[in-house]
Design a protein around this ligand. Structure first.
Ligand code: NDP
Length: 314
């Protein structure tokens, strides 16, 4: 049978390119879990995906209620769940003031981390039930987790501190930053990606042996053309792609990045659990090292426990 992969945020950029790459193999049915139904349908058509290879389903990660509703609707389709890809993200580098999710969490961490945290915890049961030979849960990370690179060291750097802001609700009353500091949109995004990578490793430690599910994260390369940078200043959007192409040489096209993520979904040679994948300039994959904070097991455990409380699992 065909595998079923759920991809969040498949209406543009990396998620769409991955959906397309998987659909093209003829071996996958992709559930495009998106907040904008019409945009997702149009996007699927625009890249030439055929009707039988995908289903668009509504998911707004900035609402925990919507996450629960998505899980219910997915279960009603009676499709097995073989792979979950947590890909969607928001990035608000120029915002002066924080915005908040439906439950009142700062929006970058609320969407990128807390929404996906609840989704992955609920869907773990569905993954367990699948009889697919290689079941995987993939959480898209970022370079901010590896400080052995130039881009991983650009300020403001990610720093979760002792999680005091998160523990106090991340609702702007005490703070809207995980470390309890002043609001900084670029840092909030980077913090959320560190959470993604910590969560992947904690899932691996808690569930890999028991379930056989492969948990993985990746840095697909700098896809300087995606909508992620839509809220950046115009000069940045003009100069960022050539800068990445010619100076850092980290640039990767959406199509190539989609193929990389599709490899993590289905390539038998990328089936190892607990790994943060990256690619060399010649596009060969390797197991990358994470920064000290992004591989801190104590912090991962604390993040897990605080997040469980915030999303209502504890
Ligand atoms: P895009 O902005 O193109 O895609 C982000 C996707 O997330 C969109 O489909 C967007 O939906 C969706 N999304 C945003 N908020 C929500 C929400 N509340 N509920 C559901 N979906 C939502 O960016 P990219 O493709 O670049 O980003 C994809 C992933 O890749 C992210 O995890 C990002 O951190 C990661 N990444 C990107 C890099 C890059 O260089 N671009 C580098 C490293 C990692 P909509 O279409 O409705 O806006």
């Amino acid at each position: 049978r065909k595998g079923t992969a759920v991809i969040t945020g498949a209406s543009s950029g990396l998620g769409l390119a991955t959906a397309k790459a998987l659909a093209d193999t003829g071996k996958w049915h992709v559930i495009m879990a998106c907040r904008n139904f019409l945009k997702a349908e149009k996007a699927a058509k625009s890249v030439g995906m055929s009707k039988e290879d995908y289903t668009v389903m509504h998911l707004d990660l900035a609402s925990l209620e919507s996450v629960k509703q998505f899980v219910d609707s997915f279960r009603r389709t009676e499709r097995p769940l073989d792979v979950l890809v947590c890909n969607a993200a928001v990035y608000q580098p120029t915002a002066k003031e924080p915005s908040f999710t439906a439950e009142g969490f700062e929006i970058s961490v609320g969407t990128n981390h807390l929404g996906h945290f609840l989704l992955s915890r609920l869907l773990l049961d569905d993954l367990k039930k699948s009889d697919y030979p290689s079941k995987r849960m993939i959480i898209v990370g970022s370079i901010t987790g590896n400080t052995n690179t130039l881009a991983g060291n650009v300020p403001p750097k990610a720093n979760l501190g002792d999680l005091r802001g998160l523990a106090s609700g991340l609702n702007g009353q005490n703070s809207s930053m995980i470390d309890g500091g002043e609001y900084d949109g670029a840092k909030a995004y980077k913090d959320s990606k560190v959470c993604n990578m910590l969560t992947m490793q904690e899932l691996h430690r808690r569930y890999h042996e028991e379930t056989g599910v492969t948990f993985a994260s990746l840095y697909p390369g700098c896809i300087a053309t995606t909508g992620l940078f839509r809220e950046h200043v115009p000069l940045f959007r003009l100069l960022f792609p050539p800068f990445q192409k010619y100076i850092t040489k980290g640039y990767v096209s959406e199509e190539e990045a989609g193929k990389r993520l599709a490899q993590v979904v289905s390539d038998p040679s990328l089936g190892k659990s607990g790994v943060y994948w990256s690619w060399n300039n010649n596009s060969s994959s390797f197991e990358n090292q994470l920064s000290k904070e992004a591989s801190d097991a104590e912090k991962a455990k604390k993040l897990w426990e605080v997040s469980e409380k915030l999303v209502g699992l504890a």
